[in-house]
Write a protein that binds this ligand. Structure first.
Ligand SMILES: Cc1ncc(C[n+]2csc(CCOP(=O)(O)OP(=O)(O)O)c2C)c(N)n1
Length: 637
């Protein structure tokens, strides 16, 4: 059997270990070739090839449910569930998604992209199954990184309290989040991995499991014996696995996640047990590709690269690119933190992505990684702010969604000076709907005491960093994924911007373009294009979405009588809504065209493709504005 012939995972049933090993090899090759060409998550999938095959050989995927946490490691799953032929389209427009979507395959039992949701979802399915009198298996596969998230722990708390609810949690422990995993739970897992009695029993077990029957067969005397051995583990003097046992789980492991025989026999046995069961599987991130095994952080996810050398493919342009917003953020924060010991950068497991890794290396005492725990990060920041510190919570727009109540209850109601730096705000491209930074303006704008700002370029980001750090209450800055505009950066001497004040960049009497953050430069281009049609535009860099600079905007709107708002976020409740509300409250009724992301999910695609699909290129915006000049309605979206 070849990988290309597998269209249904049940075709794995009955295959020998040697046949599975061949398929594992083919999965690795396809995975590597594809990611080398398209870019995407590399190390996570390579680490779970055997885990996926071993688990699936013991399941009936026509009935049983597997919920993969995050979904970035589910490429082997995709390759054996009917997507082999389309896999080369990974993460491209209309192609196979980089995460999991229920609409993509009937084997994607739960959509994912954010971490720590799998145990809750699988438990929900298990409870529903029992209520409906059914018997299929429910399995969550979760990484040691995702296990640090509050939701996962909440789900373990619940599952461990339900001894009659069969649920299998497969813990994929590769010691890594994106960066090395942090915290007490990873430290405990480390102890489990290194535990000598476990090693002894593991060796012993390996001998015994060679004779175990596979899926579908009833429990054999061999299995009973191994089960007893495993039970012994829980009462060993160093209490291996005791924490999970105390929490109501039957803990099995750690087992070698690259040994198919061990995986299959352990999973078969785990399915025979009742109540919540945790199988602790030790894997190597990037397994089988030497560069990925050697540098697990860089190869967590990669842009397209050369398979031979492992090096990223250089872009065709020889022009040096401006620095990314994240880089400018990280480097400027270090400079500010060097002078002010009250400044502390907080990340929820995204040190490299946010640029906080610079703070981590240069000022480790002013840097905190809390694990994948955005809710905790926010309340921790609130606590630090109470004690006079200046916490800077650097969290992607999409991941901050998880901490909404903490922002309201712990930060804004107490009016504490927590500075939220929201990277990847706006269209993110190939990661798709779970990662688009669409909603932050809307979800933060409604909270009292919150100030919202967005820089037009990387130099203004530096000024806004100073603004945020010196502000005496909650404040958030959003900025996009990718590179800045190549404007000169200041090494020093930034001044805070006046809160709620916008700047006029260009004057014209026919239309007022109010642009927020990443849409300011496009607005200037739009103004040029409109000029070619004889339409003169005033362009305002709004800088703040809350408070909106009504002192400036209201008289301009009254005079120019036609307003267009531009933002890279959802139009519902966003910056344009703020302008509209302000104008209405001031009694100014003029046509207001809100340009941004309409009420739909933006799928994975290259960012330029998404912009074009949404009518957000400068040319399209200019056409839309010109068209609205002929529209009778007053409010045109
Ligand atoms: C709520 C949330 N925060 C942050 C992320 C970004 N993120 C994606 S994968 C990952 C690490 C996951 O580690 P682990 O669960 O151990 O899986 P591994 O990549 O090691 O296989 C992180 C932090 C996310 N997806 N969701």
């Amino acid at each position: 059997m070849r990988l290309s012939e597998i269209v249904h995972p049940n075709q794995l049933h009955g295959l020998s270990i040697t046949q599975l090993e061949t398929i594992a090899q083919e999965i690795r090759e396809k995975h590597l070739q594809t990611i080398a060409a398209t870019g995407g998550h590399l190390g996570p999938g390579l680490g779970v090839v055997e885990l996926t095959l071993g688990l699936y050989q013991t399941l009936d995927l026509d009935r049983d449910r597997v919920v993969w946490d995050v979904g970035h490691q589910a490429y082997p799953h995709k390759l054996i569930t009917g997507r082999y032929g389309r896999f080369h389209t990974l993460r491209q427009k209309n192609g196979v998604a980089g995460y999991l979507k229920r609409c993509e395959s009937s084997f994607d039992h739960f959509g994912a992209g954010h971490a720590s949701t799998s145990i809750s979802a699988a438990l929900g399915m298990a409870i529903a199954r029992d209520m409906q009198g059914d018997t299929y298996k429910c399995v969550a596969v979760i990484g040691d990184g995702a296990l640090t998230g509050g939701m996962a722990l909440e789900a373990i708390n619940h599952a461990g309290h339900l001894p009659k609810t069969n649920l299998l949690v497969v813990l994929n422990d590769n010691e890594m989040s994106i960066s090395p995993n942090v915290g007490a739970i990873p430290r405990y897992l480390n102890r489990l991995r290194l535990s000598p009695p476990m090693q002894f029993l593991k060796d012993n077990l390996e001998e015994q499991i060679k004779h175990i029957p596979f899926v579908g067969q009833s429990i054999s005397p061999e299995l009973e014996r191994i089960k007893d051995n495993l039970k012994i583990l829980t009462v060993l003097p160093n209490k291996v696995g005791a924490v999970f046992e105390e929490l109501g789980f039957t803990y099995i492991g750690p087992i070698d996640g690259h040994n198919l025989r061990e995986l299959i026999s352990t999973m078969s046995m785990a399915h025979q047990l009742h109540g919540p069961v945790m199988v602790h599987v030790v894997t190597t991130k990037g397994k089988g590709y030497k560069y990925a095994e050697a540098d697990r952080v860089t190869y967590h996810a990669q842009s397209s690269f050369d398979l031979e050398t492992g090096k990223a493919k250089s872009s065709s342009s020889t022009k040096p690119k401006p620095p990314s917003y994240s880089k400018v953020f990280g480097e400027t924060l270090v400079k500010l933190a060097e002078r002010d010991p009250r400044i502390v950068g907080i990340t929820a497991a995204m040190a490299t992505g946010t640029g906080l890794d610079k703070l981590q290396t240069q000022l480790p005492n002013q840097y905190i990684d809390v694990g994948i725990a955005e809710q905790h990060a926010v309340t921790l920041a609130a606590g630090m702010a109470c004690q006079g510190m200046r916490p800077v919570a650097a969290i992607y727009s999409t991941f901050l969604q998880r901490a909404f109540d903490q922002i309201v209850h712990d930060v804004c109601i107490q009016n504490l000076p927590v500075f939220f730096c929201l990277d990847r705000a706006g269209i993110v491209g190939a990661d798709g709907p779970t990662h688009q930074g669409m909603y932050d303006i809307a979800y933060l704008r409604c909270i009292p005491n919150m100030v919202l700002m967005a820089p037009k370029d990387e130099s203004e980001l530096q000024q806004m960093l100073v603004t945020g750090i010196t502000h005496s209450g909650p404040i958030a800055m959003r900025y996009p994924r990718g590179n800045g505009h190549g404007v000169p950066l200041l090494d020093d001497g930034w001044q805070p911007l006046p809160i709620g004040k916008a700047e006029v960049l260009r004057e014209g009497g026919d239309v007022l373009l109010l642009a927020y953050g990443s849409m300011v430069y496009p607005a200037l281009q739009v103004a040029e294009l409109l000029g070619e049609h004889g339409v003169q535009a005033t362009v305002v860099n709004a800088r703040f979405a809350k408070p909106v600079d009504l002192d400036l905007i209201v008289p301009l709107a009254q005079r120019i009588k036609r307003v267009v708002t531009l933002e890279e976020g959802c139009v519902i409740g966003g910056f344009g809504s703020a302008v509209l509300e302000g104008l209405m409250d001031a009694g100014v009724v003029v046509p207001v065209q809100r340009i941004g992301v309409p009420d739909l999910l933006v799928d994975h695609a290259a960012p330029q493709e998404s912009f074009a699909d949404l009518g957000l290129t400068s040319g399209q915006i200019s056409d839309r504005i010109l068209a609205s000049f002929h529209s009778p309605s007053t409010v045109v979206v």
